[in-house]
Design a protein around this ligand. Structure first.
Ligand code: HEC
Length: 156
């Protein structure tokens, strides 16, 4: 029995290893198709680890707001769009948060990228209030581009 268990364990470990190897070669092939491995070129945000955790939480909340804004536009509830977008606007709270973050990091550019996102949210709120859904959708697209402009430049 002991011997059987040992054989079964070895067989299992071997098969898991073999499938890991297959996964790795698939992964390697996929990466090569995308131009091969590349070095990280983004700049590290110089904030302490607990602040990074907090910032990531805020990021996920922002992402969720974008989903809600999209849904409100889909159902043509522009009043709701305006409400959600102004909550993401350049409010005194967001200003303080973005300023503090870039001061602690000593990286002024963070404030520039952050402000671009929140001011675009204000524009989006304005378009929604004016009842212009097409313009609001365009603003939403620009807002998302502004989010990613920072992601292209900075990492944790
Ligand atoms: C000032 C810079 C900046 C702006 C503006 C910004 N982000 Fe980020 N975001 C980051 C950094 C840095 C990370 C961490 C990336 C890493 O892990 O290296 C991040 C991570 C994230 C993540 C991953 C969170 C996780 O749990 O890992 C999401 C989602 C995200 N951002 C969404 C957004 C959205 C949506 C917006 C716009 C509304 C936005 N971000 C605007 C800098 C920014």
């Amino acid at each position: 029995m002991k011997r059987f268990l040992l054989a079964a364990t070895v067989a299992f470990a071997f098969s898991a290893g073999a499938s890991d190897a297959a996964d790795m070669s698939k992964m390697h092939e996929m990466m090569m198709k995308m131009g091969g491995p590349k070095p990280e070129t983004r700049v590290e945000m110089k904030i302490p680890a607990p602040m990074k955790v907090m910032q990531k939480g805020m990021m996920r909340a922002h992402f969720d707001s974008l989903a809600e804004i999209t849904a409100s536009l889909a159902s043509n509830d522009l009043k709701k769009t305006a409400e959600l977008a102004s909550a993401m606007g350049w409010t005194p709270e967001e200003k303080t948060r973005c300023e503090t973050m870039s001061e602690v990091a000593g990286q002024q550019e963070l404030l520039v990228y952050g402000m671009a996102v929140h001011k675009k949210a204000d524009e989006l709120a304005e378009s929604a209030r004016a009842g212009d859904r097409d313009k609001a959708l365009l603003n939403l697209s620009q807002l998302m581009k502004n989010c990613n402009a920072c992601h292209e430049k900075f990492r944790h």
